[in-house]
Design a protein around this ligand. Structure first.
Ligand code: SAM
Length: 253
């Protein structure tokens, strides 16, 4: 399906999803919870992969409401550039950062290029599983990174994205069922009260995409939960049963 401009819907829909005020309210509410998966699992895992940010030029792809800019500022980054397709997210980022060295760009990652800008560190948290053209984007990231620079990203784990039904409706299940694991491509996900396309890729496809274009894989985590991060054993046990996040660090070589 195409937009009136001839752009495939599934490349623009995730942006419209986050621009929807009801979705955004529910998203921010979920992110604020004490047991939010990002807070108790994704964040601790990605933090250990992010190198020293002092005096570094940091790029954040799919920066959302810009919360990582605050971390970068606190940890001494020289500059921060946040890219996101959602104007609603960026409005929050602009209002909340209060850091003169932070800049923001509203842009679809499917066509993003850095131009003449160069970065020491590229971070992307929970955005790349929406991107259809991951290989193209990683090539653009590689061009924007200095040699020896780092790419660190987190995505929904393939065990999660393969739970959503495929384009043809296969895989719909009322229990957590691994379906059509090797069928790559769009999956329909009902989340935060609305439907959105996410892209399912087997684990090897993420690794292959990273290795294909001048990156060296340094670290990979499937986000094993740490019991000490949880207030109760029931939520720890439930989080421990399925890997929710894939977190990767690669070096530009
Ligand atoms: C789950 S949020 C994560 C936000 C932020 N990185 C964080 O961890 O708080 C995903 C973000 O990716 C953005 N996004 C998804 N697909 C995109 C695309 N094709 N181009 C630009 N931004 C996109 C959404 O607008 C949203 O802000």
């Amino acid at each position: 399906m195409l937009t009136p401009e001839g752009i495939p819907i599934m490349t623009t829909e995730p942006i419209a999803f986050y621009d929807d005020p009801d979705v955004l309210t529910r998203y921010l509410e979920a992110r604020g919870r004490r047991d939010d998966g990002n807070r108790v699992i994704e964040e601790p895992h990605i933090r250990v992969m992010i190198p020293d940010m002092r005096r570094k030029r940091v790029l954040d792809l799919g920066c959302g409401d810009g919360r990582f800019a605050r971390t970068a500022a606190r940890e001494g980054a020289a500059s921060f550039h946040g890219v996101d397709g959602s104007e609603a997210m960026l409005a929050r980022a602009r209002a909340g950062s209060g850091w003169a060295a932070a800049t923001w760009e509203c842009r679809n990652l499917e066509s993003w290029e850095a131009g003449d800008s160069v970065y020491d560190l590229v971070v992307s948290r929970m955005a790349l599983h929406y991107v259809v053209g991951l290989d193209r984007l990683l090539r653009a990231v590689r061009r924007a990174l200095i040699e020896g620079g780092s790419l660190v990203f987190s995505v929904e784990h393939p065990m999660v994205t393969c739970h959503y039904p495929t384009d043809s409706g296969e895989g719909a299940a009322d229990r957590w069922t691994v379906m059509d694991y090797f069928s790559k491509g769009p999956r329909r996900c009902h989340w935060l009260g609305a439907d959105v396309w996410k892209q399912h890729r087997p684990l090897a496809d993420y690794v292959g995409a990273v290795l294909a274009d001048g990156f060296q894989l340094v670290s990979l985590s499937e986000g094993e939960p740490d019991s000490s991060s949880f207030g109760d054993t029931a939520s720890y046990r439930s989080r421990k049963s399925i890997p929710a996040y894939l977190i990767v660090r690669a070096l530009a070589v």
